[in-house]
Design a protein around this ligand. Structure first.
Ligand code: KG4
Ligand code: ZN
Length: 337
């Protein structure tokens, strides 16, 4: 069985084909980073216009590079949410129409579930049940996954996501977008202990997060220094990365202990962070990650999540719809959204 995956929830057009026996047989990602860089964040209207230009040609290119024809597809999966509505609608419309024209099922995929399942594309696969830390630009949450499609949110961010904290601080430090990789790069030059930022909500019980205060702490540190030298910026970047990584580490340890689970899955764009990966090795648990390239948004995770739904008999009605907000706990077991 072969499933085409179409990801257009934010600023990446991601296309891939997943084959039951061969795995990912082709994939392409087009990033709009340059388009949004000068705004310091994603502009939804510009994102959707670019997805309109790029999605169909990228599908054609991916099919051709996989030595397949459209008729070899058994299903078309697309990100139906959560994400930016104008961007999601492009993928939903094109994928749904393509499935209809090929007379194959369309499969609406939940973006965060796809991030979580991407780990199953790595050689060392976790077994259910596991705890997943989903850390992206839009979400930070701890999820208990007991089976495919069976997710319980144990804790989540009450305000900014971890990725957002990286992105907003990067903006304050005049670094590029997306901020995570920029902060991580600059932090390598930073001196430990020059700045110390809080580990929000770690001093009280519970598994929720709050990262918006970090932005304020960085703002104050920047204001205090009239000369924002390259070294000071690096010291701030180091302290910020350290605060986010430590906070995520403490909450993961707490979740694993509370639920007596010994497998942790890290997923989402921030899971690409090297310091975070190193720190998680200190946990008394098997830690699994998707391959680095599949941490940030991509079509492969959508093709795979769609494939897993299709082989379980789930598909989506002949409707074009998306959900900007969509809890991972509310995923429908029938395939409709
Ligand atoms: O999952 P993703 O590609 O998109 C969303 O679904 O939001 O995550 C993007 C986020 C951005 O906030 C970006 O700054 C962050 O992931 N990110 C990183 C790294 N690479 C991407 N954060 C920290 N370290 C990285 N190496
Ligand atoms: Zn994502």
């Amino acid at each position: 069985m072969r499933v085409l995956g179409v990801e257009t929830s934010c600023d990446e057009t991601g296309i891939a084909v997943y084959d039951t026996t061969e795995g990912i047989v082709g994939q392409h990602i087009y990033s709009q980073v340059e388009l949004h860089a000068k705004y310091g964040g994603v502009v939804p209207e510009l994102a959707s216009r670019d997805h309109i230009r790029k999605t169909l040609p990228l599908i054609g290119q991916t099919i051709a590079d996989s030595d397949l024809s459209m008729n070899d597809l058994d299903g078309v999966a697309y990100t139906a949410g959560p994400g930016l509505t104008p961007a999601l609608l492009v993928g939903a419309t094109l994928a749904r129409a393509l499935a209809w024209s090929l007379d194959v099922p369309a499969i609406a995929v939940h973006h965060m579930e796809a991030h979580l399942l991407a780990t199953l594309l790595s050689p060392s696969k976790p077994q259910f049940p596991f705890i997943s830390l989903l850390v992206s630009g839009g979400h930070t949450m701890l999820v208990k996954a007991t089976d495919f499609g069976e997710y319980e949110i144990l804790g989540e961010s009450l305000d900014d996501a971890a990725g957002e904290a990286f992105d907003k601080t990067a903006k304050l430090l005049d670094l590029g977008y997306p901020g995570g990789p920029e902060i991580a790069r600059l932090a390598q030059q930073g001196t430990p202990g020059v700045f110390t930022f809080p580990r929000p909500m770690t001093d009280r019980p519970g598994l929720d997060f709050s990262f918006s205060g970090l932005k304020t702490a960085v703002q104050s540190a920047v204001k205090e220094r009239s000369d924002l030298t390259e070294q000071t910026r690096a010291d701030i970047a180091f302290a910020l990365e350290d605060a986010i990584v430590s906070t995520l580490y403490i909450k993961c340890r707490r979740a694993l202990e509370a639920h007596d689970i010994h497998q942790l899955v890290l997923a989402g764009g921030v899971a690409a962070n090297q310091k975070l990966r190193e720190r998680m090795n200190d946990l008394n648990a098997d830690v699994h990650y998707p391959p680095i390239a599949l941490c940030t948004d991509n079509g492969a995770m959508i093709a795979y999540a769609g494939h897993e739904r299709l082989i379980r008999g789930m598909s989506t009605d002949l409707v074009i719809d998306c959900r900007a907000r969509w809890s991972i706990e509310a995923i429908n077991r029938t395939g409709s959204i």
